[in-house]
Design a protein around this ligand. Structure first.
Ligand SMILES: [Zn+2]
Length: 276
């Protein structure tokens, strides 16, 4: 497993995106792959035949880990022409101090797209291309939903500048990007990933599950992203920038590991239920 992880980290080094970075998405995909039935694996392999990249060119990709960031790639590609392309599709802005659901115009937000794309994936009347793209959406978005800031925000605090005490980091880092990149990379480094039979079991997939996962992820955001911030309290304005001390950084490690495992287990359950 460690060799695999090192390989993934090397393969994906340098990628970054507005979500768990490419390394996080590839890890979720790899852990899900391990938990797929032989039938679901065969179906995944068939669906990746003739896969196309963001420009619509043959990608040569034939593994789940390789397509896990495709929705970020097409967004990046489209943004050259249309800065609003796919805006809001990868998240839902639920507020962590409220029970109200965030907006989801035309059903285009993370939990609802997972449901609709899962239906397309399972529908054998759909074309190969539609089911291929549906697979790429669900693999990516189940990962995104489990990144706590994709399911739970406090005002626009995720976009405010954030520094990790005692660490060098990219200029322009925000609370959201440090969770995507630096904290994720620190959590994955040296992780002894539990064997398949030691991972949390999950209820079978149903269309009600993605919302439940999202609301749980919102609560993780409240309790683990925000509650540990200096001066944070519901009903109070958040500071204009954050200094994340060593204790905050250490506390993020088990949270991120748990979210990655949950994403992988749930993705595997969804794929096993939808493919045959
Ligand atoms: Zn994303």
């Amino acid at each position: 497993m460690r060799t695999l992880l090192v390989m993934l980290l090397c393969m994906l080094g340098g990628q970054s995106a507005l979500a768990w970075n490419g390394r996080g998405h590839a890890l979720v995909a790899e852990l899900a792959w391990q938990a797929l039935t032989p039938e679901a694996r065969a179906d995944v392999e068939a669906l990746l035949e003739g896969d196309l990249d963001a420009r619509g060119e043959p990608s040569g990709r034939d593994r789940l880990t390789q397509i896990a960031s495709w929705p970020d790639e097409i967004r990046e590609h489209e943004r050259a022409n249309n800065p609003a392309a796919y805006r809001g599709w990868h998240s839902r802005t639920n507020q962590v101090c409220s029970e109200a659901l965030g907006k989801c115009p035309k059903g285009l937000c993370v939990d609802e797209i997972i449901v609709t794309q899962t239906q397309i994936l399972a529908d054998l009347q759909r074309s190969h291309r539609e089911r291929n793209e549906a697979l790429k959406w669900v693999v990516h978005l189940v990962g995104d939903l489990h990144m706590p800031l994709h399911s739970g925000e406090q005002g626009a605090a995720g976009s405010k500048p954030a520094q990790l005490s005692g660490k060098k980091q990219k200029s322009g880092s925000t609370l959201h990007t440090v969770w995507d990149d630096a904290l994720l990379d620190a959590a994955v480094k040296g992780w002894k990933i539990p064997a398949l039979d030691e991972r949390p079991t999950q209820p079978p997939y149903s269309p009600a599950e993605p919302r439940r996962w999202m609301l749980e992820s919102r609560d993780v955001s409240r309790d683990s992203v925000f509650a540990g911030l200096p001066g944070f309290a519901c009903g109070q304005p958040t500071p204009d920038q954050f200094e994340l001390d060593a204790a905050y950084q250490a506390a993020s490690v088990p949270v991120i590991r748990q979210q990655i495992l949950l994403a992988a287990q749930r993705l595997a359950g969804l794929l096993n239920a939808s493919l045959r």
